[in-house]
Design a protein around this ligand. Structure first.
Ligand code: 4AD
Length: 502
């Protein structure tokens, strides 16, 4: 029945021809003898113009009252029209209602995030979410292409595991037939085994952290891609990481121009993402954070925030005044939607104004030896227009498997990659401790059960080689690319500390 349905994205191939499209009503506007319906079908949007008399009166009246998200098929002549959404219009000759949707709960007026999360099953249909997940699709495709084209073999690591990969504090426990087990925090340790067989490997899947953290950067279930390479040193790893991220950005710029535009993403900044990225050691980052330069930077930022706040307040005042006057309903609705947006921007800038001095103080008091906090990462990343590698963190701040530095045993050979413009860490990686005795000492130091790590130690018993790798978080990368503030919008069904909604 639907075999002749044409995708909206393919309408360009059918100009001046009659086609049938199938989809859901984004919105409809009756105007005298005409009805304008914008239909979405998952591939794009198309305005359909229905003229009274061209379809039965009964259907015309039914469609006139049609609610958002009703599903139907529409037949008509394709007409190129630059002004129309999607660039093509359908001059309708027939229509078939499949299912009427009455009182769709998500309206064009803005809703609060809690409401939208509760209605995630429906909110996925929204334009913004649609754009984000089209870009996610490209990102995942680019990830696989990069590794497949660069001699990496895909090895799937297990999700149920018996060992601590990162920190014991963020493990999800599973009752595995009466035995203790965890949901995997990382595929890395298992991937190290595979690297000793294939040389260059990667795994890609969901990972789990029981993080009691409600920040905009944390999920309890997120997707991570992890490459692992034998016979490599830290500078070589950084090169792979910067080529990899640049490749992802390039693919997104090529494949998702329209989506980036709809999302109002910072395309010009993304075009700058080419190697080499900036490189700082942790000690240099510490010097920057505790310097006067950072305090000046924060003060300048605060001044910018205050100015932006004033501008938003002025816009709100002007719109409120206009809304009180005699204006058409469509303008009233537009103003109402704009006001909701502006008030949300205002709340956000207020938070920034409140946090700025706190973050400036945290930076000035930052002690060598601590891990970089979220706000410290934000400051460093705001100071740079391209991603920054921060390398050589203090040993005590990092995971047990990271390789101790030969020149300075207080630090490890690791790196985090911070995305620019305040987005913070998107990659964590390191060289792995390949010395049997040092690794044994670290496992004991952390109080992990030795018997669980015998297989991991075997990799150092039988033909140990220098090796390392990294993990890139898909949702954080996507948040950076799309300019989305919270990573919960970058996964279809987010899992956060306080809720599993659907
Ligand atoms: O820095 P992490 O913890 O590194 C590892 O798990 C290593 N074993 C990876 C490796 O070397 N193979 O995490 C890597 C990345 C982070 O940079 C971030 O992008 C993402 O995973 N990530 C999270 N994303 C969302 N929510 C969380 N709770 C995340 N924790 C880490």
């Amino acid at each position: 029945m639907f075999k002749d349905i044409v995708k909206i994205s393919d309408l360009k191939n059918y100009n001046e021809k009659e086609v049938t499209i199938g989809g859901w009503v984004r919105h409809s506007r009756p105007s005298g003898k005409l009805i304008f319906i914008v239909l979405r079908d998952g591939s794009g949007l198309c305005q359909c113009v229905i003229e009274k008399g061209k379809i039965s009166d009964e259907l015309f009246e039914q469609i006139k009252r049609v609610g958002a998200e009703s599903s139907l098929t529409i037949t008509g002549m394709v007409r190129k029209d630059e002004r129309s959404v999607g660039g093509y219009e359908l001059v309708v000759s027939g229509a078939r209602m499949l299912s009427e949707s009455v009182d769709y709960p998500i309206t064009p007026k803005s809703h609060g995030i809690d409401f939208l999360l509760k209605n995630r099953h429906l909110h996925l249909r929204s334009q913004r979410q649609w754009c984000i997940f089209r870009i996610r699709h490209t990102v995942i495709n680019a990830i696989r292409q990069f590794f497949n084209d660069n001699g990496f073999t895909l090895i799937d690591s297990p999700i149920l595991t018996g060992i601590v990969g990162e920190e014991a504090g963020s493990l999800f426990n599973v009752d595995y037939f009466g035995m203790p087990a965890f949901l995997s925090q990382t595929g890395q340790l298992h991937l190290e085994c595979a690297a000793m067989s294939f040389g260059r490997v990667y795994c890609f899947g969901p990972t789990f952290r029981a993080e009691k953290s409600k920040t905009r950067r944390h999920l309890t279930e997120f997707w991570m891609v992890e490459p692992e390479v034998a016979f490599i040193e830290l500078p070589g790893l950084l090169e792979i990481a910067e080529n990899f991220v640049s490749f992802i950005v390039k693919r997104v710029l090529e494949d998702n121009e329209a989506e980036l535009k709809t999302l109002d993403a910072d395309v010009e900044s993304l075009k700058k993402i080419v190697p080499p990225f900036y490189r700082l050691t942790y000690t240099q980052a510490h010097e920057i954070l505790t310097s006067q330069k950072t305090q000046d930077f924060m003060a300048a930022q605060l001044a910018d925030f205050v100015k932006t706040k004033q501008e938003i307040e002025e816009k709100i005042k002007a719109l409120e005044t206009e809304a009180k006057g005699q204006i058409k309903q469509w303008r009233q609705d537009k103003i109402a939607a704009e006001l909701i947006e502006l008030r949300s921007d205002l709340a956000e800038i207020d938070t920034k104004i409140e946090n700025n001095p706190k973050h400036a103080k945290l930076a000035s008091e930052f002690k060598w030896g601590e891990d970089l906090g979220g706000s410290d990462e934000t400051i460093i990343s705001l100071m740079h227009d391209k991603p920054v590698f921060v390398t050589h963190y203090p040993r005590q701040a990092k995971a047990f498997y990271m390789k101790q530095d030969g020149d300075n045993p207080k630090v490890v050979q690791n790196f985090d990659m911070l995305a620019p413009a305040g987005f913070g860490e998107i990659i964590g990686g390191s060289m792995r401790e390949d010395n049997y005795d040092v690794l044994l000492g670290k496992i004991k130091e952390h109080g992990y059960k030795l018997e669980n790590y015998e297989w991991y130690l075997d990799l150092r018993r039988y033909g140990s080689v220098p090796h390392g790798g990294f993990g890139l978080g898909v949702e954080r990368t996507l948040a950076w690319l799309t300019g989305e503030k919270h990573i919960r919008q970058c996964i279809a069904f987010p899992r956060m500390m306080d809720k599993i909604l659907i």
